[in-house]
Design a protein around this ligand. Structure first.
Ligand code: SF4
Length: 367
């Protein structure tokens, strides 16, 4: 059914002025950082990184590999020396996702894997809310984000005070927050969800109405899959809201055999043109199972590169959009992060237990 109401900052006259709480980082540690390793392209580097190049040879031209390989080798050596593990989201570039990450996946997979990590140091190749989620689930570990400017338009669209205003307006109505929210917002809600499990989480609450925030399009998609009444927030992903149905129809007209798959953060007219809608993990599984000859993948550009690296026989057309926040993470700043152990993510202790409970309630839901 259609969403029953949608609210935003302008709908509350008594809304306090304020911005989302920025990511918190610990003061720099004292003591000298490790020395910078050699980043020269040598025959030894070429030999040592040849198996890694094999993984990305369909998406990274040979001429670019000598520029990346020395840093990749240095990161992998330093990671072992530091006892660190690298988590990378599906939207990270192929040289990060396939060549330095230990664990890759969507937000749900990374959240679950973060709970199993044995290493003392986690380097989060993704955006703020992902690093905060890892820290919430691993309070005793060091969680590093290589660039503190890696934010998210969805997480920036809502504050903890906004959630409290929604609760005042809808007393007793449970609140679900997409994981793409700050720890401050997670602390105010009943449970988190990802795009993989949003419908399941909403229905698990056994309530006639649920407040679902902050993505208006994911809320619309969830509402179309359940009888639960959904109250939404006016947030949007700046990457997915730019796609249009007209753009997809043009691809379909050019080749009627093309398969189109889309992320549920896209507007409804885009999803209306798609053959399949799902989270990044569901999209990858769909491509592995169906092996379409020609595919349009409506999401962030690096996801298409990462799938193509694995499945080169699938031709992926490119109406993709780049997430500028995900692209803040580079090989150079991952190396820097491992050398200096910066920036270390911390969570306000006044928020952490409540925010952790919202994430853990999601993880502990039975499938
Ligand atoms: S792709 Fe969209 S939802 Fe994901 S981090 Fe970028 S802005 Fe946020």
């Amino acid at each position: 059914m259609p969403i029953t109401g949608i609210y935003g900052p302008d709908d509350f006259a008594n809304r306090p002025q304020g911005k989302p709480v920025p990511i918190r980082v610990a003061p720099a540690r004292t003591g000298p950082p490790l020395p910078m390793p050699s980043l020269e392209w040598t025959p030894e580097v070429e030999r040592a990184t040849a198996p890694l190049y094999d993984r990305v040879k369909h998406v990274i031209p040979p001429i670019e590999w000598p520029l990346m390989a020395p840093t990749i080798k240095a990161i992998n050596e330093l990671k072992r020396a530091r006892g660190a593990v690298i988590l990378a989201h599906n939207y990270q570039s192929p040289e990060i996702f396939h060549c330095v990450a230990d664990i890759g996946g969507d937000s749900l997979q990374l959240a679950v894997e973060a709970t199993k990590v044995k290493a003392d140091i986690i380097v989060q190749c993704g955006v703020h809310f992902m690093a905060e989620t890892s820290k919430l689930l691993n309070p005793d570990k060091t969680v590093l984000i290589p660039d503190t400017r890696a934010g998210c338009s969805l997480a920036a669209s809502i504050t903890g005070a906004d959630v409290r205003l929604l609760r005042e307006k809808f007393p007793g109505v449970p609140v679900v927050a997409y994981v793409n929210t700050s720890a401050e917002v997670k602390a105010e809600v009943d449970i988190c969800c990802t795009s993989s499990n949003a419908v399941q989480v909403v229905e698990s609450l056994n309530a006639p109405t649920v407040i679902f925030l902050p993505d208006r399009y994911l809320a619309t998609y969830v509402a179309s899959k359940t009888d639960v009444k959904i109250v939404a927030w006016k947030g949007a992903c700046e990457v997915h809201e730019r796609f249009t149905g007209a753009e997809l129809r043009a691809y379909r007209e050019a080749d009627p055999s093309v398969q189109i798959i889309a992320h549920p953060e896209c507007p409804p007219d885009v999803l209306g043109e798609a053959d399949f809608t799902g989270s990044t993990a569901h999209m990858i599984n769909w491509v592995r199972a169906k092996r379409p000859r020609r595919l349009v993948m409506i999401t962030e550009c690096s996801m298409a590169d990462n799938v193509r690296a694995e499945l080169p026989d699938v031709e992926i057309l490119r109406p993709c959009n780049i997430c500028p926040h995900m692209k803040r993470i580079t090989l150079a700043n991952i190396l820097e992060s491992l050398l200096t152990l910066r920036e270390e993510v911390t969570i306000d202790p006044a928020l952490a237990p409540r925010a952790r409970r919202s994430v853990e309630r999601m993880i502990n839901l039975k499938n």
